[in-house]
Write a protein that binds this ligand. Structure first.
Ligand SMILES: [Zn+2]
Length: 186
């Protein structure tokens, strides 16, 4: 059975309760791997080595996505490669939705699973003020965090790339808490 999982980084809090509800249902539906603890996202990839293909983006976004990958690849054992034959994709466009970034995975949590990351140029432009570049960086790295099985808004007081309340101008890559979670999960 195909499973579709959507992780949404919304700019509007009123969507959050709905998303959390959906995610709770999915957590029971998907099951599979032991759900370790509350910060584990079952929609992530089974391995911390994955490749992506960029789709329809200009050099600005190529550089941004490269940097987002490199920030994660600095972690031991994590590889986000880039390949035109990769089934996982990253793209950016002007979507009418309010989310800044969207991670969607498809298929069971094994090597048949693929993911798509979409970055919303429109909503980021509208909300980021003079910090557009940093906000793109933070959003791109955040979505890759979902591929590494990190869930939104982890239950910690520590700084996390996965918190919607983070400062997107400074938290542009994995924070030490995120690093420790990836190590714990894989
Ligand atoms: Zn998210």
């Amino acid at each position: 059975m195909e499973t579709h999982i959507r992780k949404i980084e919304s700019s509007r809090k009123r969507f959050l309760s709905k998303i959390v509800a959906i995610m709770c249902v999915l957590a029971f539906t998907i099951g599979g791997a032991s759900a370790a603890n509350a910060d584990y996202f079952a929609g992530g990839m089974p391995s911390k080595k994955n490749s992506v293909k960029y789709v329809g983006i200009n050099s600005t976004y190529v550089n941004q996505f490269n940097n987002a990958r490199f920030r994660w690849n600095a972690l031991s054992g994590v590889t986000f490669g880039k390949s035109n034959s990769a089934k996982n994709t990253m793209t950016a466009a002007r979507y009418s939705s309010s989310w800044y970034g969207l991670y969607t995975s498809k298929g069971p949590r094994n090597n048949s699973r693929t993911f798509t990351i979409q970055v919303n140029v429109r909503s980021l432009q509208a909300a980021s003020g003079g910090n557009m570049s940093k906000w793109i960086a933070s959003t791109s790295a955040h979505e890759l965090g979902h591929a590494l099985s990190l869930k939104d808004n982890p239950n910690t007081s520590k700084s996390s790339l996965m918190k919607h309340s983070r400062n997107r101008s400074t938290a542009i890559g994995p924070q030490s808490y995120d690093v420790s979670e990836v190590k714990r999960i894989y």
